[in-house]
Design a protein around this ligand. Structure first.
Ligand SMILES: [Zn+2]
Length: 309
């Protein structure tokens, strides 16, 4: 009997191991650091993954520092890195026109693709930027891709990222969930504090380098105008500039925001025209002074508020 019991235990152990294996198909691949290998499309996604994954993830960011993500083409080394990843995080909503081609050509059946903006109610591109020029670009979609710069929308994105991390690394489920909760609380804090503050202001309009804040405007009841369109394309025509000057005057705009990847010259001209000033704003298209996602969001909302009050 004793021998039989031992065999039974052995059989159960072997079976458990098998069941374990079949359930763990998406469990993280081993790498030197023991961390989950996350590939992010551009800095906005990297900064979001940092908030949720913190020191349990190792991130490879595809679009290099200082490069414009709106018209990016991946290199061979990017393909290799994506192929070796456990998770590939894209913003989606038309931000990464290059990602479909990459995904078709790589061979890694365990790679978890996270379309981070999945579940976000997308805004039409034309509604929140300047009008697109006729036949301007076929490669961009019809929606405003800047979902990560909104408060409500970035919460959805953080949650999508959290769920993917839990799926790939279930041992650290509570770690990712806690980090997400803290992130969500920070976003709610910013929203609750500033929604009321903005409501009390009569000035609601601001001008930035390219039309990136459609989702933030929706959250806070604001209106943006911009020098370049929603896809960071199109040097403004003299007519557009003239319109901007009268917009700025009419709406009592005193601060013109500048972005790292958009030339500040026009912003400076515009500011001089109305005796205002320029000030930087973070769009997280690229690394900007290594600000964390939460720091950048806080700075943006506070800075826009200060420019309007
Ligand atoms: Zn952009």
């Amino acid at each position: 009997m004793k021998k039989r019991t031992l065999i039974s235990i052995l059989v159960i152990m072997v079976m458990t191991t098998f069941i374990g294996c079949s359930n763990n198909k998406v469990v993280k691949t081993s790498n030197d650091s023991g961390k989950v290998k996350v590939v992010t499309s551009f800095y906005g996604m990297k900064s979001l993954v940092d908030e949720i994954g913190k020191d349990k993830v190792e991130i490879y960011n595809v679009v290099p520092e200082g490069a414009e993500p709106h018209d990016f083409e991946p290199k061979a080394k990017d393909m290799v890195n994506i192929e070796q990843g456990d998770i590939f995080v894209i913003n989606g909503a038309g931000m990464e026109s290059w990602s479909d081609k990459v995904l078709k050509s790589i061979k890694n059946s365990n790679l978890q693709l996270v379309d981070a903006s999945k579940g976000v109610e997308l805004l039409k591109a034309e509604e929140h930027g300047e009008e697109k020029e006729e036949g301007n670009d076929e490669e961009h979609g019809e929606y405003d891709p800047h979902t990560w710069l909104g408060i409500e929308s970035s919460k959805i994105q953080g949650k999508n990222i959290m769920e993917a991390l839990v799926k790939v690394d279930p041992d650290n489920k509570s770690y990712y969930e806690e980090n997400y909760k803290a992130f969500e609380a920070s976003m709610n804090d910013i929203l609750n504090t500033y929604k009321q503050k903005f409501e009390k202001l009569s000035n609601k309009s601001f001008v930035t380098g390219h039309a990136t804040f459609g989702y933030l405007c929706k959250d806070l009841g604001l209106e943006q105008n911009s020098i370049e369109d929603v896809f960071a394309e199109g040097e403004p025509s003299p007519k557009k500039l003239e319109e901007l000057v009268s917009y700025v005057k009419k709406n009592n705009v005193k601060v013109i925001f500048t972005e790292t990847l958009v030339s500040p010259e026009i912003s400076e001209t515009l500011a001089r025209e109305v005796k205002g000033k320029t000030e930087k704003i973070y769009t997280l298209h690229s690394n900007e002074e290594s600000k964390t996602f939460v720091e950048a969001m806080k700075y943006n909302v506070e800075t826009i508020y200060n420019s309007l009050k």
